[in-house]
Write a protein that binds this ligand. Structure first.
Ligand code: HEC
Length: 218
């Protein structure tokens, strides 16, 4: 009888352990610091990730602590130079934030946050040249940084065969004119939506130059 009880408790404990590990089954990413060669800019890379994933209405836009809507509030969550001891990074890999229906940050986004903290968590902005508008080097990263949290694979924030997906050349080029209208706030609600800041004039002109120069896949 005793042996049976011991056996049953053993099985229950194992079941409990495996169930709880199911919930937290993602292993913290191993970030290759040597691969972060380029400057990670706060205003162009980090802020859009945080605004579209965390600082939206009802969450960390002020309603929930910590507030994460601007540089000074975000800076309070980091130890410049030490990402592993920065709450902004440990939250991002903690497998809880952002909560459903948002998806967890992807490895690129987590790596950007890590790199920015490692480089000193500065309030910096990438220099912009509107005449640099090659698709792979300029246009795709622009969309990936500012739009992908809502227009990723499986997104239904849009119409047509690919619905709201804006992840590759065919999808972005098919909606190039609609994108241009939306980022410049001409037709329909402006993209990215508030509280994310609108794209800078230089970035809107960059996208417009790409559209006017025959939407090349270069
Ligand atoms: C925080 C979420 C969010 C972000 C970030 C975002 N969008 Fe959207 N987008 C939406 C939602 C929701 C809709 C559907 C409602 C609407 O049309 O306004 C939409 C619709 C659109 C549409 C219309 C799609 C169609 O098929 O008619 C375009 C184009 C668009 N977004 C472009 C962009 C671009 C470009 C960016 C980045 C510069 C961006 N969006 C960033 C949420 C977002």
């Amino acid at each position: 009888m005793k042996i049976k009880l011991v056996l049953i408790s053993f099985v229950l404990i194992i079941a409990a352990i495996s169930l709880s590990s199911c919930k937290h089954d993602s292993i913290p990413p191993i970030i290759d610091e040597s691969a972060i060669k380029d400057t990670v800019y706060f205003n162009d890379v980090v802020l859009p990730i945080i605004q579209s994933n965390c600082a939206y209405s009802g969450c960390h836009a002020g309603e929930q602590n910590p507030e994460l809507s601007n540089y000074s509030s975000i800076k309070k969550m980091v130890n410049p130079g030490d990402p592993k001891n920065s709450r902004l990074y440990t939250y991002a890999i903690g497998n809880k934030m952002p909560p459903s229906p948002k998806t967890l940050l992807n490895l690129d986004q987590v790596t950007s946050i890590y790199g920015w903290i490692l480089q000193g968590a500065l309030e910096n902005t990438e220099p912009c040249d509107a005449f640099q508008y090659a698709f792979k080097k300029d246009i795709l990263p622009l969309i990936q940084r500012n739009c992908i949290s809502c227009h990723n694979k499986g997104s239904t924030n849009g119409t047509g065969p690919n619905k709201g997906e804006l992840t590759d050349y065919s999808q972005i080029s098919a909606k190039a004119n609609t994108i241009l209208d939306r980022i410049s706030g001409k037709n329909g609600s402006i993209m990215p939506p508030s509280p994310q800041k609108p794209l800078s004039d230089c970035k809107i002109t960059k996208f417009s130059n790409w559209v006017n120069d025959t939407i090349k896949d270069n």
